[in-house]
Write a protein that binds this ligand. Structure first.
Ligand code: NDP
Ligand code: 2IT
Length: 450
């Protein structure tokens, strides 16, 4: 049955949808044992309905750069499923963005959001606009032009976008400004806003901190161990990577790597976070190469110097690995090296950064593997806390937010490990996450009717 369904999936999607097919295939394989357990899944065609987005919106974004040159980009919003609540998910600005990538991210988002237990559906959007090398005014003009189209499809109870690759609080601020101007409506239509006007404390840190909280809970429960004194490798150097590193360090770990799309950094003394933030903090895009002159013993490796895997972060022996850059960045070759070097846990900060063969290798060899839809859900969870604060015109303090974030990450871990056990898949957190998320989502879809 699963193989037939996957053939149907291939037939009904196009060549551009490679990552989407990859994401759906993993979920469907996980669901095999549960699909027969409830006749309603077939009666209500749950699986067939689950793999088709409610709507895929595509629009033209026209803007003018600082030299008065006109540019045209593609803008998108994929509203995948709102059975559990308003559509919710980030916006990605990166030249690699197309409808297939956003469909995969939106599909993953509905499962992630289901795992949080919060009332949020799933969506994703963005543009093939490249923010690299653009002035602040160009970023602003692009964001305004993007919102001039997007505004008609979103709303505080309809669809609430947030950040993702290339979109941080600066971009969300510009997007919010334009939304407010067009709609005359000051409501929580975006999350990840600057704190000055309706943003939530802890939202910038939430994804990375949540990744580390998840890892700590998993290691405690599964190995009776902690992160204290452990060597960790992280990839990426953006929002998720920086805050993962920050919390791992606070929990006593020594993080020795990070990377960007140009190359990777190895610091055997442990990453100097204040220095990293001067290069890669919010809105900064300097080269990691500039880290080494002031930090003795650190090594920068250009991406081309390490073919064919892209970057060398996974070549260093470590206790735990945290891929926090982008999809399909950790290959079977990388996984083999990590395994041979004795890695005990791999916890995803990015969305789907680990290739399927690499996941299989980890699982076969007893490495604890946490899928991003579970371990990086802290970001969207605090986004939902921001929606709650906006709706009630309240502001929560950092202590309350941090406790709620930690609680939610521990809850997600328990939920997926328990679900895996109940289905005879102990320690398979991929199956646990997919099944637990599916059950909540499908129940809502059944109760709401077709
Ligand atoms: P950022 O734009 O802040 O950072 C992305 C980082 O990854 C940059 O350092 C970027 O380098 C690097 N990167 C991008 N592509 C590659 C590549 N091919 N090889 C190596 N490095 C690369 O994005 P985020 O940190 O927000 O997002 C990172 C991941 O986390 C994404 O998968 C995103 O979907 C996911 N995520 C984000 C959440 C959030 O709240 N922001 C929530 C949950 C998941 P460079 O600057 O050179 O491009
Ligand atoms: O992938 C993700 O979960 C995000 N980019 C964050 C989404 C959100 O709405 O906060």
């Amino acid at each position: 049955m699963v193989e037939n369904f996957l053939a149907h999936l291939e037939r009904t999607n196009c060549a551009m949808d490679g990552t989407f097919i990859q994401a759906v295939s993993e979920v469907v394989r996980s669901l095999e044992p549960v699909l027969q357990s409830d006749k309603r899944y077939e009666t209500y065609a749950i699986l067939e309905r689950l793999i088709v987005p409610d709507r895929e919106i595509r629009f033209k974004v026209q803007w003018v750069d600082d030299n008065n040159k006109v540019h045209i980009n593609n803008g998108y919003r994929v509203q995948f499923n709102n059975a559990l609540g308003p559509y919710k998910g980030g916006l990605r600005f990166h030249p690699s963005v197309d409808s297939g990538v956003l469909k995969f991210l939106a599909f993953e988002q509905i499962f992630k959001n289901s795992l949080t237990g919060l009332p949020i559906g799933g969506a994703k959007g963005g543009s093939d606009f490249d923010p690299k090398g653009k002035s602040d005014f160009e970023i602003m003009k692009f964001c305004h032009a993007f919102m001039r189209e997007l505004h008609q499809y979103i709303g505080a109870r309809v669809d609430v976008p947030a950040g993702d690759i290339g979109v941080g609080s600066r971009e969300i601020g510009f997007l919010f400004g334009e939304y407010k101007r067009i709609s005359h409506n000051y409501d929580g239509v975006l999350s990840g806003k600057p704190y000055a006007f309706g943003g939530s404390l802890l939202r910038p840190e939430a994804t990375g901190y949540g990744v580390a909280y998840f890892a700590a809970e998993m290691l405690k429960a599964e190995l009776g161990d902690s992160l204290w004194g452990k060597v960790c490798c992280v990839s990426g150097a953006g929002n998720v990577a920086i805050h993962t590193i920050e919390k791992l360090q606070q929990l006593g770990a020594k993080v020795i790597t990070c990377s960007d799309s140009e190359g990777s950094l190895y610091d055997p003394k442990g990453i100097d976070l204040p220095l990293l933030k001067t290069l890669k903090g919010e809105g900064r895009r300097l080269s990691l190469e500039q880290y080494t002159p002031t930090r003795q013993g650190s090594v920068y490796t250009k991406k081309e110097a390490y073919p064919p895997h892209g970057h060398s972060v996974w070549t260093h022996p470590c206790y735990a690995a945290f891929p926090c850059a982008t999809q399909n960045e950790l290959s079977l070759e990388d996984a083999t090296i990590l395994l041979n070097n004795g890695v005990k846990a791999v916890v995803e900060g990015a969305n789907m950064p680990t290739m399927p063969q690499a996941i299989e290798l980890f699982q076969r060899n007893g490495v604890l593997f946490a899928p991003g839809k579970a371990s990086n859900a802290g970001g969207v969870a605090v986004s939902e806390f921001e929606m709650s604060q906006n709706a009630s015109m309240e502001r929560w303090d950092i202590k309350k937010l941090d406790r709620k974030l930690n609680d939610i990450m521990c809850h997600i871990y328990k939920q997926i490990s328990q679900t895996a056990k109940e289905h005879g898949k102990e320690r398979n957190f991929v199956d646990g996450a997919n099944i637990a998320a599916f059950k909540r989502l499908s129940e809502a879809m059944i109760l709401e009717g077709i």
